[in-house]
Write a protein that binds this ligand. Structure first.
Ligand SMILES: CC(C)(COP(=O)(O)OP(=O)(O)OC[C@H]1O[C@@H](n2cnc3c(N)ncnc32)[C@H](O)[C@@H]1OP(=O)(O)O)[C@@H](O)C(=O)NCCC(=O)NCCS
Length: 85
């Protein structure tokens, strides 16, 4: 069996007062570009909430699991993956 090497994105957050200015996009693009330089990384994973999953869907991330109240009451956990290869 071939092992699938994975990397995890964590804490991709922008200060609330600066939302909507393109910083999140630049940060995410930079992190995706960096991940692509790491040899043999095939899959990127992250966990976010129902409030931000749409942002990551726009980068091609696909939901793998939804855990209602997974982070806190009313804050669901969305596990998402992006294949790099
Ligand atoms: C998600 C986040 C990183 C986006 O950063 P940002 O700098 O505001 O995003 P950008 O300005 O680059 O927006 C780029 C696009 O994504 C969209 N977008 C931004 N936030 C979004 C969201 N929460 N859901 C869906 N789309 C979103 C924008 O509308 C924009 O679309 P457009 O290009 O069609 O206009 C930022 O909102 C954030 O840090 N949120 C808090 C996340 C958090 O608290 N997580 C806690 C742990 S779950």
């Amino acid at each position: 069996m071939t092992e699938t090497r994975q990397a995890v994105l964590a804490w991709g957050m922008v200060e609330r007062a600066l939302h909507g200015q393109g910083l999140g996009t630049r940060l995410t693009r930079a992190r995706l570009a960096l991940a692509r330089t790491i040899p043999n990384i095939a899959v990127l994973r992250l966990a976010t909430s129902q409030h931000t999953r749409g942002f990551y869907e726009d980068f091609g991330f696909i939901v793998s699991k939804v855990t209602p109240d997974g982070f806190a009451s009313g804050l669901d956990r969305w596990d998402m993956t992006l294949r790099l290869t």
